[in-house]
Design a protein around this ligand. Structure first.
Ligand code: NAD
Length: 260
């Protein structure tokens, strides 16, 4: 018996990194998975890997910064998989930059996906969940939204703070529909996004990426960075029956880097 049998889960940004690990973890527990990504080719790879586990996974091309695209993504999930029980709002973007280098275009690009996108994915998914009598919403925030000094940039930190605040408010207003809303705040996590930032950071400091990563890990009390699977384990728990009375919370998964 798998704990998410007969559940349908939609994961955004599921083509790589944390989103891919989450999609595979949910599929591994029996959920039918819609893997959505702005890059259809990578979403298809995730869907193929997830199909190996459950036999039911689809890939969807979606831009989570565009409300019409979000509407199509949710509609396609329900049309092809029959319902929507779980959404993991994971798609996110950033770049490493000092506060004084950030432009209006940076702010708009980052907030379009990380803040506006998470809000409308949450709202549109909740519409389906209200109709079907409940659901689980998991937002991927960041320790950057909790004051982590090593955040990629200040606009990104603000977008993740928005996700943490949205999680609290949405939980208050959606609880009566039996919808739980929680967030995960990953710390340093080894993904493409993390690797891109590490290259820029290391170049700015005149050190190698290996030296930078060793420095980062030395600051983490548990002594190691996250793998995407560390975030997926928490997402799986928040989507599982055991978390039915947990809502409005944001959990750091960061090896103790930032005290909550
Ligand atoms: N890697 C880290 O250290 C770290 C730390 C804290 C929080 N996070 C957060 O975790 C989430 C995933 O990060 P990751 O490191 O796996 O990133 P990643 O860049 O490795 O993967 C992100 C995926 O999202 C997709 N994507 C980008 N823009 C999109 C859009 N507009 N619509 C749909 N899909 C889109 C990309 O194509 C990619 O497949 C993000 O929200 C990020 O802010 C990451």
């Amino acid at each position: 018996m798998t704990i998410l049998q007969n559940k349908v889960a939609l994961v955004t940004g599921a083509g790589a990194g944390i989103g891919r690990a989450i999609a595979l973890a949910l599929a591994g527990e029996g959920a039918a998975v819609a893997a959505a990504d702005i890059d259809l080719a990578v979403a298809e790879k995730t869907a193929r890997a997830a199909t190996g586990n459950t036999g039911r996974a689809i890939a969807i091309e979606a831009d989570c910064g565009d409300v019409a695209s979000i509407d199509r993504m949710v509609a396609q999930t329900v049309a092809e998989l029959g319902r929507l029980d779980i959404i993991v709002n994971n798609a996110g973007v950033t770049r490493f930059a000092d506060i004084m280098e950030l432009t209006e275009a940076d702010w708009d690009r980052i907030h379009r996906v990380n803040a506006k996108g998470v809000f409308f994915c949450l709202q549109r998914a909740a519409r389906e969940m209200i109709r079907s009598g409940g659901g689980r919403i998991v937002n991927i925030a960041s320790i950057s939204g909790r004051g982590y000094a090593g955040a990629s940039n200040a606009a990104y930190a603000a977008s993740k703070g928005a996700v943490i605040a949205l999680t609290k408010m949405a939980a208050q207003q959606l609880g009566r529909h039996d919808i739980n809303v929680n967030a995960i705040c990953p710390g340093v996590t080894r993904t493409e996004l993390g690797a891109r930032n590490a290259v820029t950071r290391a170049a700015a400091r005149g050190i190698s990426v290996v030296e930078l990563q060793a420095e980062q890990e030395a600051q983490i009390p548990i002594g190691r960075a996250n793998l995407p699977e560390d975030i997926a384990a928490m997402a799986l728990f928040l989507a599982s029956p055991g978390a039915r009375n947990i809502t409005g919370q944001s959990y750091n998964v960061d090896g103790g880097l930032v005290p909550s």
